[in-house]
Design a protein around this ligand. Sequence first.
Ligand SMILES: Nc1ncnc2c1ncn2[C@@H]1O[C@H](COP(=O)(O)OP(=O)(O)OP(=O)(O)O)[C@@H](O)[C@H]1O
Length: 471
Amino acid sequence: MGVEHDVPKAGYVGRILQLVQSALTKRRNRNWFDGKSARIDWRNEALVVYAQSPILLGWLQKNYHDLLWESARMVGGPDAVVRYEVDAALKPEVPVLAAPAAQTLPVRGATRALAPASTPPSRSRQNKPFELQRFVRGPSNELAATAVQTLIEFPDSCPNPMYIHGGVGCGKTHLLEGLREGLGRRQPGLQLLAITSEEFTNLFTQALDTRSLPSFRQKFRNVDVLLVDDVDFFDGKRVVQEEFLHTIKHMLNHGRRVVVTADRHPRLLSRTSDELLSLYQSGLVCRLEAPDATTRLNIVKQLADRMKLNATVDALEYVAERFTRNVRELEGAVHYLTTWQNVNGTRVTVSAARDALSVLVRDCMKIVRLADVENAVCNLFGLPADELRSARRQRTVSEPRMLAMFLARRLTQAAYTEIGAHFGGRNHSTVMSAERKISGLMKSKASVRIAAQDWPVSELIAQLEQQLKAV
Ligand SMILES: Nc1ncnc2c1ncn2[C@@H]1O[C@H](COP(=O)(O)OP(=O)(O)OP(=O)(O)O)[C@@H](O)[C@H]1O
């Protein structure tokens, strides 16, 4: 991308917006950056992106950073950077949906009535990407989706805290943002704070640096509902964990709500304090699985409808069959086909879909290496790699080593001898015996111990596989 030398500074925002939106027209939802959910500005040689919550900002950063950065550099020159800031004023106007009857949400030790039924949903709501209406339900996400909906409608019947976990792109942020939007709509006066764990950590560090812990604590502990995305980020960060633990305890003691998301079950956060783990587990823990075949097809149909993709049913079925790991992949495929349709001006048939998507299908085949398996296992068990490769035979080392060998057989192309050599110069029969042993443990529904807790071997394998196969 070349630099545009002729744009006066005052016109930077408009030009960047044009570039971003023209790309989004083809690839993603063009309603982003429309000044309602998110907006952009140009300040001090930087493109500043604003959104209504840190979670949304994190999502924008994850999904659009490259596009924003490229556009900023093209208009503002090669040194342009992108910054992300929260602007609470961006909170969209959300009308109140019909409530069955006045419900109550515990607030500050008392209860506060929910808003009664009034106006129907307006058109302004129809393009909110994370609203719960757009969340396609199926066996893979039913429990979590129902829990979130119930928390909006019948908060008294919901366990507190709520912990939603699942792999990459399975809908955690969607549910959390949908919850925030739904609660805000039902109770406009409710103090809601939605934040990522990284943002919490940054603010905490800043507060330590500037000796302003009391105001930091007041900010978090005075809200009615705290929504925190990606709490796995706290794993291994002892000091901020301690602070978060006290934040949650304080909130629960005062009858306030806490909902968090993470990429794994609390028991797999091996470097998180027992006290915080047991707090997470004291409420409702629910898992989002990768979507099953029927849910994938329903998501593809919904996406096609929304993006005005004119495709045959078997073309849509092809997409749902080929992209199986998470919803983000499905979105990518439908965006791709929509672009193909716009370029070619014809309906997408199954053979066109097969041809057009062949590159994407290839790119989605993630290659797992022995080092990836080693990292994932060491991370989970809190072991250094040289210990895993060592001659030690204690269970705390031998079980993770066997798991690593088993996963290496399942997910990599490596032969028994290569795997044995990688994990401490062992011979091929050791790897074969590890494979047999782990299969046996899975069949007998046995558990292994991680951070003083028992974990069923088959769930552990499923979790690690999901993590290793994620792009
Ligand atoms: N069940 C679903 N129905 C419709 N859209 C979905 C569903 N699940 C996920 N999505 C969409 O898939 C995309 C990825 O979802 P999301 O960002 O919520 O994933 P995530 O679990 O938070 O991933 P990560 O761990 O990478 O942050 C989003 O655009 C979201 O709207």
